[in-house]
Design a protein around this ligand. Structure first.
Ligand SMILES: C[S@@+](CC[C@H](N)C(=O)[O-])C[C@H]1O[C@@H](n2cnc3c(N)ncnc32)[C@H](O)[C@@H]1O
Length: 498
């Protein structure tokens, strides 16, 4: 079978590259979807060293044969690694990584960056990823046009434009986002053979990936390089002193560091029984981040969150009050924010986070509270703040309230306001109700054909469950509030303030 041949060739390649791994590991390719996973052939124990990977066997910008071209052209970050990857692929069997690349899929089709616009609109509507992925697609295309095309055209060696086409670039980006690791300061980030065959499990990983240096110090590599938003425009500038000279093969190095003695280690951090899969962790991420970067989700992911856009709060406010009212209250909320958090002066707040438990960020409650303040209360508060007075009920509440006692802001009106904001957010998911989604998820299988549907449904359902919890919080589950129902702005009525 072709896949077992590729696996055998990869194993021979690892031997040649001095990538060593325990006999107790079984590298398995599933015929159905060609996904690789790692299983324990016998019991593994915490502390067992199960693999060592020389850093020079990793495919990075530094180790690629086009390192000097990439650096001369000042490509950085994801763009630089994509070029290195596309170049090595273009070499076919002449690439030192051929057998490794041959085992790797051509792209990761599960990563939404590779979904069609129709799929994105249909499957991700309303979710945290809908807008982001559409923007990603446009940005990645722009990067290709603005940087990759000129790179290929001006390269001093002949490069076949077909190997660096837009499809190849998107494919490389999907692989890098889902399979790259930060290695160290010298190599930066790159593709790490063997380590990238382990699947992820949230909060229950079995293995840790560690960098061991010459001086015997070790550093835990907790996460893969995951920040897909960190596109090359804002990547770290190259450290001049750390730039290796051009290399034509991947064995040599001449920047004073001796990577030949540097290895990456994989060490068990818990016992695993024979026959069980051995999992790594890609970090603590909610389902939106997992789907965005890796193309999968996990049911009941405790790192899930949902964001409520500021625009939604403003939309709700405008449905009750004049646009002038909304504008002045918004600008007052911003000035209070800057007063209490001077570090926020240069930050643009565009959304509010709702935790897995359905708890809104304090600032969302403050904003709703301020929008709903009756005119007199608001004027007192406004003048109190302007004059630097240290009294005034609302001022005291807004000044002293914190994440731990934010429930004091939950007046009846704020609760109602919050519920209306949730209604607007919920409408972003379109006509299909939560029950429809749960039912569709129940019927859908996480198989090759339905992967996109399955993971997008898990994302929709996880997000909507958080909105349900937020409803519970707003409806009374949040406790507190009594103090301000009696003393504060409870008397205000929600009517259009025109
Ligand atoms: C670093 S690779 C892991 C090895 C991969 N299975 C392979 O075939 O080479 C990361 C990719 O594996 C898949 N993956 C990893 N953990 C997973 C999980 N818990 N559930 C579903 N897919 C997972 C996703 O496609 C992800 O983008």
């Amino acid at each position: 079978m072709a896949s077992s041949r590729r696996m055998r060739a990869f194993k021979r390649w690892m031997k040649y590259q001095s990538v060593e791994y325990s006999d107790a590991l079984d590298l398995i390719i599933q015929q159905e979807d060609q996904q690789v996973s790692v299983k324990a052939l016998c019991d593994l124990h915490e502390g067992d060293l199960i693999a060592t990977i020389p850093k020079r066997s990793c495919l990075t910008v530094k180790s690629s044969a086009v390192c000097h071209l990439i650096e001369d052209f000042c490509l950085e970050g994801y763009m630089a690694l994509s070029v290195a990857l596309m170049f090595e692929k273009s070499l076919g069997q002449n690439s030192p990584w051929y057998d490794y690349l041959h085992l790797m899929p051509d792209c990761n089709p599960d990563v939404p960056l590779l979904w069609s616009l129709d799929e994105i609109d249909h499957l991700l509507m309303g979710t945290e990823l809908h807008k982001t992925v559409k923007e990603d697609k446009a940005l990645v295309y722009d990067d290709w046009k603005a940087c990759i095309v000129p790179f290929v055209e001006s390269a001093p060696i002949e490069l076949n434009p077909e190997d660096f086409g837009v499809e190849q670039y998107f494919a490389a980006k999907s692989l890098i986002s889902s399979r790259s690791f930060q290695i160290d300061d010298h190599y930066g980030f790159g593709m790490v053979p063997l380590a990238d065959l382990f699947n992820h499990k949230t909060n229950a990983e079995d293995v840790h990936f560690t960098s061991v240096s010459d001086d015997d110090t070790s550093e835990n590599i907790e996460e893969q390089v995951v920040d897909d938003d960190d596109d090359d425009r804002d990547g770290d500038p190259q450290n001049e002193s750390n730039v290796a000279s051009p290399k034509s093969d991947f064995n040599g190095d001449d920047d004073g560091v001796s990577p030949t003695t540097e290895i990456l280690e994989m060490i068990m951090v818990r016992d695993v029984k024979a026959g069980a899969e051995v999992f790594n962790t890609y970090g603590s991420m909610g389902n939106a981040a997992l789907l965005h970067r890796y193309g999968f989700t996990e049911p009941d992911n405790p790192y899930d969150i949902i964001n409520i856009d500021l625009d939604i709060v403003l939309q709700w406010s405008s449905s009750l009050f004049s646009s002038r009212h909304t504008r002045t209250r918004l600008s007052f909320w911003k000035s209070l924010l800057h007063l209490h958090h001077p570090e926020s002066q240069n930050q643009q707040i565009e959304y509010f986070e709702i935790s897995y438990e359905g708890e809104p960020e304090l600032e969302l409650l403050k904003l709703i509270f301020i929008i709903l303040l009756p005119e007199k209360e608001y004027n007192d508060l406004y003048h109190g703040v302007s004059n630097g007075q240290k009294f005034g009920k609302s001022r005291i509440v807004l000044g002293e309230v914190s994440e731990t006692n934010k429930d004091v802001l939950l007046t009846e009106n704020v609760r109602r306001g919050l519920l209306s904001v949730v209604d607007i957010r919920e409408r972003c998911y379109g006509l299909r109700s939560m029950e429809d989604d749960v039912e569709a998820l129940r019927k859908c299988c996480n198989n090759v054909l339905e992967k996109k549907l399955y993971h997008s449904l898990v994302l929709r359902v996880s997000e909507r469950r958080i909105l349900e919890k937020l409803r519970g919080y707003a409806g009374g589950g949040g406790g507190g509030g009594g103090r301000w129902i009696n003393n504060g702005c409870n008397g205000s009525t929600m009517k259009k303030n025109v």
